[in-house]
Design a protein around this ligand. Structure first.
Ligand code: UDP
Ligand code: MG
Length: 153
């Protein structure tokens, strides 16, 4: 194998990582969870773990702590605690960016055709899914739902 090919193979293997995906209450209550998970699997994501949760408002606020002070936070917290959600621990090559690409822009009006939000989101607020925006957030968010300190026990 040429040196470049070996290097490429190493890079590819190093790129296999995890991200936090969450199907939001609008999509779960709209019976779209199965179709959305199928999209993720079709895009090459492996489901390492998942659960169905009903977030208490204080936990929704803690999950979205990065948005403290934003005008939409109260509404977001109310929405995220209004019904069941399905956080999922997903693995794939380049998982964080690949999942952001798959879900599309925050507002479905701006999301590219074929993306999950273009297909399943109702509005900018009720937008069907969440995906971690960086490797660092992925680590924190996976810990939030699936770590030892989670409400899972
Ligand atoms: N959101 C909203 N109004 C806004 C911006 C965001 O209701 O103007 C909600 C929306 O549900 C979004 C979430 O807050 O998914 C988190 O916002 P962020 O900017 O992190 O968007 P995302 O990373 O989910 O695309
Ligand atoms: Mg975000």
């Amino acid at each position: 194998m040429a040196h470049g090919a070996i290097a490429a193979a190493i890079v590819r293997e190093g790129d296999l990582d995890e991200t936090l995906f969450m199907i939001k209450p609008d999509a779960v209550l709209g019976h779209k969870a199965g179709a959305i998970l199928a999209e993720a699997e079709r895009a090459g994501f492996e489901i390492l773990d998942l659960r169905l949760v009903r977030l208490a408002p204080r936990d929704a606020r803690r999950f979205y702590a990065v948005h403290e002070g934003k005008p939409f936070l109260d509404e977001l917290v109310e929405f995220m605690s209004s019904g069941p959600a399905i956080p999922c621990r997903l693995r794939r090559e380049n998982a964080v960016q690949a999942l952001r690409d798959l879900i599309g822009a925050t507002d479905p009006k701006d999301a590219k055709p074929g993306t999950i939000r273009a297909r399943f989101a109702e509005s900018k607020g009720r937008n069907a899914v969440h995906a971690s925006d960086s490797t660092e957030s992925a680590r924190t968010e996976i810990e939030f739902f699936f770590g030892d300190g989670s409400a899972r026990r």
